[in-house]
Design a protein around this ligand. Sequence first.
Ligand SMILES: N[C@@H](CCC(=O)N[C@@H](CS)C(=O)NCC(=O)O)C(=O)O
Length: 207
Amino acid sequence: MLKLYYAPGTIAVAVALALEEAGLAYEPIKVDFASGAQSKPDYLALNPKGRVPVLVTEAGTVLTETGALLDYIAARAPEAGLVPSDPERAAHMRSVMYYLASTMHVAHAHKMRGHRWADQQSSQEDMKAKVPQTMAECAAYIEANGFLGDYVAGEALSLADPYLFVVSTWLPGDGVTRADFPRLDAFAERMEKRDSVKAVRAKGILA
Ligand SMILES: N[C@@H](CCC(=O)N[C@@H](CS)C(=O)NCC(=O)O)C(=O)O
């Protein structure tokens, strides 16, 4: 069975959601961030980046990076239709995924993980203070440009949707009011009704 290393509420939840949407069986393995398990030798031997998610295949292959795992899941379950058949919609889906990975997730990390980029406490505090602004700017970008329909790539769920949903759950903690962004807000409410979200919530993966 596939093994998913995750911590509750992190971007690894997007992978759990995609596995549920794809109907693929997986064993969730919790990485205890509270004790810093992600930075300990055992875990670093699995993923030298010290991050979640990690997906280990039935063959024992270790896969990392959210976007890559999502694409892997779609390829394993083509019948789930998680990548639009239309190339332009697929490109839009991936542009949102890359934006989330390279811009919005990074902006979010400036709140709790400023030590990655700066040593001075005052620099880290400065970065943290900017998070409500940068995350609101990202949410505004998604609101105006992210949706081709009820979901990112149109009227059907695609790989970008679990990704965006998880990032949207971070907004209140980052000082952003989701209701200020009506399309994003309605999208998150729509996602909440899906069986995949209910399942990961019930399993304690969503937090
Ligand atoms: N680019 C990576 C980023 C993964 C990442 O930063 N995960 C965070 C949780 S949202 C993490 O594991 N943080 C642990 C740490 O910084 O110690 C991906 O998308 O998979």
